[in-house]
Design a protein around this ligand. Structure first.
Ligand SMILES: *Cc1c(COP(=O)(O)O)cnc(C)c1O
Length: 461
């Protein structure tokens, strides 16, 4: 029965039991706003209970995103709930803190420093928006150069490996041909020797991924840069690299400082990362940083004066919450480089431990054990035909215990291989990983009809 035909919910006295209230006695309105108001505590309880049907974020091992935060982060987020980060004149400290974060990241990623000049970059809602901005800057710079040379500038392309969907969006939304290089047998991403067949004078850039979504390892950015150096020598095309370091940008500097992937490579023009992934900030913040200010065409920067002041902005959004940016700065100060290293190292160690348990189970063949890239484990069925179950069946079984472990096919041309991937992030303990491994083993037993371990011990006593 629709709520508006019943007695008004505000008729509930303050001491009405939630489950004897007008709101709880009926199916909640789903298509029309109710006519009457309702008491906040009751509405809260109704919605709170409905959300219990969502998966438990702490057991969501599919996501790269932050699912655990300290109380201080919750408090800062709460204190910032009323602040719009775009009102830079009204909230100058939030703007200042955003700029500090950009400088810190530019330094972390070895951007060449110009004394007195702030780093070029900004916060975004996530890596997707950051990718759009990075891609637009590449397109603008390529077009300027083509026009200056009197050449046509109507057929831009972007070369990449098995990218996250944000790059497919960028290409479609902004009318750029996406030249996605297929993954070679045995490889997990773009390889330098493949580039020559795809790059040409209309290539606005190459996207290299630090932390491939499918396999969690790093594409060899330095080798990709060297291959582009050779292409430039041969053809004269100066093709920049944008590094999509959505996850790896906050892992490699701490766990793999010797991997050269960032602005240490002169060909790297820009880098994006998700603050809300291994940056450990709550959901809703990403970052993009350019090597130097001249890599960001002035034409893309808007100066708005109607909020007071004259603030340059480069963003797809306008209004946006400021709390995530503040929380990011909190985490930089709270953890420091040493803290980030310890947090991510603990995750990588747990990933290796879990990989050992999974590898020893029998039916699985490990693809990645969490070393050298993101803290994660991925594996396939050693014998997909003979296993008696699929990884999709296994995902369903694990879901019965609340674990969310995704199964999916690898990207073209390896789509016949189905993999399962478990991300270990801040908040996933060693014990939790061991409990998961036990559930994994029990699930396999159930699927293959083997006697479960408990039964083998005899449950009759
Ligand atoms: C997650 C991810 C993205 C998208 O980032 P959001 O912050 O979710 O918008 C882009 N690229 C890679 C490699 C990713 O892992």
């Amino acid at each position: 029965m629709a709520l508006h035909t019943t007695r008004p919910a505000h008729g509930d006295a303050g001491d009405t039991d939630v489950f004897a209230s007008a709101l709880s006695e009926h199916v909640l309105p789903k298509l029309r706003m109710p006519v009457h108001s309702a008491p906040p505590g009751i509405v809260y309880s109704m919605i709170h209970n409905e959300l219990l049907l969502d998966g438990n974020a702490a057991q969501n091992l599919a996501t790269f995103c932050t699912t655990w935060s300290e109380d201080e982060v919750h408090r800062l987020m709460n204190e910032c709930i009323d602040k719009n980060m775009i009102d830079k004149d009204e909230y100058p400290q939030t703007a200042e803190i955003e700029s500090r974060c950009v400088n810190i990241l530019a330094d972390l990623w070895h951007a060449p420093h110009t004394a007195g000049a702030p780093a070029a970059g900004c916060s975004t809602t996530g890596s997707s928006e950051a990718a759009m901005l990075g891609g637009l800057a590449l397109k603008w710079r390529w077009r300027e150069a083509r026009r200056a040379a009197g050449k046509p500038a109507d057929r831009p392309n972007l070369v990449c490996g098995p990218v996250q969907v944000c790059w497919e969006k960028f290409a479609r939304y902004f009318d750029v041909e996406l030249r996605q290089v297929p993954v070679e047998a045995g490889a997990t991403g773009l390889r330098a020797h493949q580039l020559a067949g795809y790059v040409d004078e209309n290539t606005i850039g190459v996207v290299a991924i630090l932390g491939v979504t499918y396999t969690c390892d790093y594409e060899p950015v330095a080798e990709i840069a060297a291959a582009l150096d050779r292409i430039q020598e041969e053809h004269g095309w100066d093709v920049p690299i944008h590094v999509d370091a959505a996850s790896g940008g906050f892992v490699a500097p701490f766990l793999h400082p010797d991997v050269v992937w960032d602005f240490r490579l002169p060909r790297v023009a820009s880098v994006n990362a998700s603050g809300h992934k291994y940056g450990l900030a709550p959901l809703g913040v990403g970052w993009v940083v350019w090597r130097t200010a001249d890599r960001l065409p002035e034409d893309l920067v808007f100066r708005v004066s109607y909020l007071g002041g004259d603030m340059p902005t480069f963003a797809l959004n306008f209004s946006r919450p400021g709390g995530e940016i503040i929380a990011q700065y909190y985490l930089f100060l709270r953890l420091g480089r040493e803290g980030y290293r310890r947090v991510h190292q603990a995750c990588a160690d747990t990933a290796r431990h879990l990989a050992g348990l999974i590898g020893a189970m029998g039916p699985f063949s490990l693809l990645y054990d969490g070393q050298g890239g993101l803290p994660a484990v991925s594996y396939t069925l050693a014998d997909p035909e003979g296993a008696g179950f699929s990884l999709y069946d296994l995902s369903d079984q694990l879901r019965l215990r609340g674990w969310q472990v995704p199964s999916y096919p690898l990207p073209p041309d390896r789509e016949s291989t189905v993999v399962q991937r478990i991300l270990i992030r801040h908040g996933v303990s060693r014990d939790q990983a061991v409990l998961l491994a036990e559930d994994l083993r029990r699930s396999v037993d159930r699927l293959t009809g083997a006697a479960p371990a408990e039964a083998r011990g005899g449950f009759h006593h």
